[in-house]
Design a protein around this ligand. Structure first.
Ligand code: RP5
Length: 165
């Protein structure tokens, strides 16, 4: 569902973030939600950031998922320049295991919200699911897809634990 009239923008500060952020993309694929994916760095490509954030709503995006690591300014800067809901995914950095990313993203000043998810893959998956929940408010197909996703998740949990999986 990538690129066709994207409903969601997935952005990340670096190519190195993609192994984490691809889990947000895969979640949106499962829910049948269209998206675009872009590398937009707050520090290395600041003009690209301004262009992306300031045109996002007019281009038809509904939600932005932004992943960044270290001094992770991307989600907050995007949120400062668009009224769209922004979900931030802290990337697990090597030196501080993503604690730096988490604190950078979650500690926004009052007035500029970023919905902050868990560090790494779980956060990327949940960002996709949250984006789905927002879109499902006005889209029955996506609401049904979310219900199916949860049903499948429940059915995949075994009743009893086993040794040596
Ligand atoms: C951040 O710096 C990116 O989001 C990435 O998580 C981190 C490291 O980037 P690279 O040096 O791997 O490009 O801006």
């Amino acid at each position: 569902m990538s690129e066709k009239s994207p409903q969601v923008g997935i952005i990340m500060g670096s190519q190195s973030d993609w192994p984490t952020m691809k889990h947000a993309a895969e979640t949106l694929d499962t829910l049948g939600i269209s998206y675009e994916k872009r590398i937009v760095s707050a520090h290395r490509t600041p003009q690209r950031l301004v262009e992306y954030a300031s045109t996002a709503r007019d281009r038809g995006l509904n939600v932005i998922i932004a992943g960044a690591g270290g001094a992770a300014h991307l989600p907050g800067m995007v949120a400062a320049m668009t009224p769209l809901p922004v979900f931030g995914v802290p990337i697990e950095s090597k030196s501080l295991k993503g604690q730096d990313s988490l604190l950078s993203i979650v500690q926004m000043p009052g007035g500029v919200p970023v919905g902050t998810l868990a560090i790494g893959k779980p956060g990327a998956i949940n960002a996709g699911l949250l984006a789905g929940s927002v879109l499902a408010l006005n889209d029955k197909k996506i609401a049904d897809a979310l219900d199916t996703w949860r049903k499948n998740q429940s059915e995949a949990v075994a009743l009893e634990p086993v040794n040596d999986i």
